[in-house]
Design a protein around this ligand. Structure first.
Ligand code: 3NM
Length: 214
């Protein structure tokens, strides 16, 4: 699932500001994102039928580009529309419970912030770990203190087989150390959602892997 360097885009309608979130997603797919997570949170978040309809539209776009479509936290929704995967944070449903409920073959991602949380997530059957925040972020009001790549390095050392995706304040300019720490991917909201040229921004983030620190 993380066989090549991954630019993992996360978006909810609130992250789109005044722009059309589906248009942003389309441009991000054109730019070459490798994973997409629908994370519908915060004030004004879609719920019920409108959320389901929006999720299906995102899923269709991802399907066209053969990019895995992952739903944040909402296990019911993910199962109802047969998403490719579910991502849970520490404050969401317990990873083991989610693993037991979700369909076989679905991907489970878990956000962790320490070796202990990583160990528990792996025991619960996580397929990859999100580790952050690497840098300061405005996209998650209750984010913890940024810890750079220190924790990614530790988790990579302890669990070398487990794919780790860095998250939190990552841009094309500062992604270098995250790749260097051994992350298989970088997860990004604002640098992509807020870019004037979304497609170009995704390419710049991808290029940061190759050392082209623009
Ligand atoms: N989780 P941006 S940081 C959703 O630390 C999320 O677990 C985090 O958004 C964690 O790319 C974060 O705009 C927000 O900083 C990432």
């Amino acid at each position: 699932m993380f066989s090549k360097p991954s630019v993992y885009f996360i978006l909810g309608t609130a992250d789109a500001g005044r722009k059309d979130p589906l248009h942003i997603l389309e441009k991000a797919l054109e730019g070459g994102i490798t994973h997409f997570q629908l994370r519908e949170k915060g004030p004004g978040a879609l719920t019920g039928q409108s959320l389901t309809e929006f999720a299906i539209q995102c899923q269709k776009l991802c399907g066209t580009w053969k990019v895995p479509f992952i739903v944040n936290d909402d296990v019911e929704l993910a199962c109802a529309i047969s998403a490719d995967g579910i991502h849970v944070g520490q404050e969401d449903a317990d990873a083991l419970t989610v693993k037991e409920r979700m369909g076989k073959g679905m991907i489970l991602g878990v956000s962790v912030h320490s070796i202990e949380e990583a160990e528990k997530a792996i025991r619960s059957g996580a397929d990859y770990l999100g580790m952050g925040p690497v840098y300061g972020t405005k996209s998650k009001p209750d984010a913890k203190e940024p810890s750079g790549v220190t924790k990614i390095l530790k988790v990579r050392e302890r669990f070398p087989e487990m794919p780790v995706v860095g998250i939190g304040g990552i841009t094309a300019l500062n992604a270098g150390p995250v790749w260097d720490a051994g992350a298989k991917g970088v997860a990004v909201i604002s640098a992509i959602a807020g870019a004037n040229d979304v497609q170009m921004e995704v390419k710049r983030i991808m290029n940061s892997y190759k050392g082209e620190r623009l």
